[in-house]
Write a protein that binds this ligand. Sequence first.
Ligand SMILES: CC(C)(COP(=O)(O)OP(=O)(O)OC[C@H]1O[C@@H](n2cnc3c(N)ncnc32)[C@H](O)[C@@H]1OP(=O)(O)O)[C@@H](O)C(=O)NCCC(=O)NCCS
Length: 153
Amino acid sequence: MSERVPDVEIGPATQADGTAVVALWRAAGLTRPWNDPDRDFADALVTATSTVLVARGPGGIDGTAAGDDPAVVGSVMAGFDGHRGWLYYLAVAPEARGQGLGRELVVAAEAWLAGQGAPKVQLMVRRENADVQAFYAALGYEDADCVVLGRRF
Ligand SMILES: CC(C)(COP(=O)(O)OP(=O)(O)OC[C@H]1O[C@@H](n2cnc3c(N)ncnc32)[C@H](O)[C@@H]1OP(=O)(O)O)[C@@H](O)C(=O)NCCC(=O)NCCS
């Protein structure tokens, strides 16, 4: 198992974290032109059954924390739809990867969802990001053998 990252705390994001969190999502390759990440972040924070958890620590995506303030080095969005919990936007800053932080973020999001009453958790992996499935497999996630369909309103 990976070593715990020192000096990193995981907790709920505030609206003030939006710029740093969206920058992290962009650096992690999670944004797409058809989604507005600023709106996704803001919506998750004002919705009672969703949240964004952030990992704060030394570093940050540009390698420097501003002053003495810890930088955002990881994030995960979680939401409970009344039937199951979902995870989105899991990201660890490139220089902070491979130290167990991704696992800690998933575990923290699972705990948050369980606290909301969610009995199970799922997530979607883009086909072009299939390599990340090995990460989730290490955390006990299994292929749900589903095709995900969607439509814009
Ligand atoms: C996926 C991501 C969050 C993993 O973060 P991380 O902090 O490097 O992961 P961890 O160090 O917590 O790894 C946890 C376990 O998964 C394994 N793992 C991590 N990345 C892996 C990979 N690419 N392939 C195989 N195993 C991997 C680790 O070996 C570790 O196993 P261990 O605990 O038995 O040692 C990070 O690589 C990232 O931000 N990627 C870009 C964004 C992304 O793809 N997000 C997911 C969208 S669905």
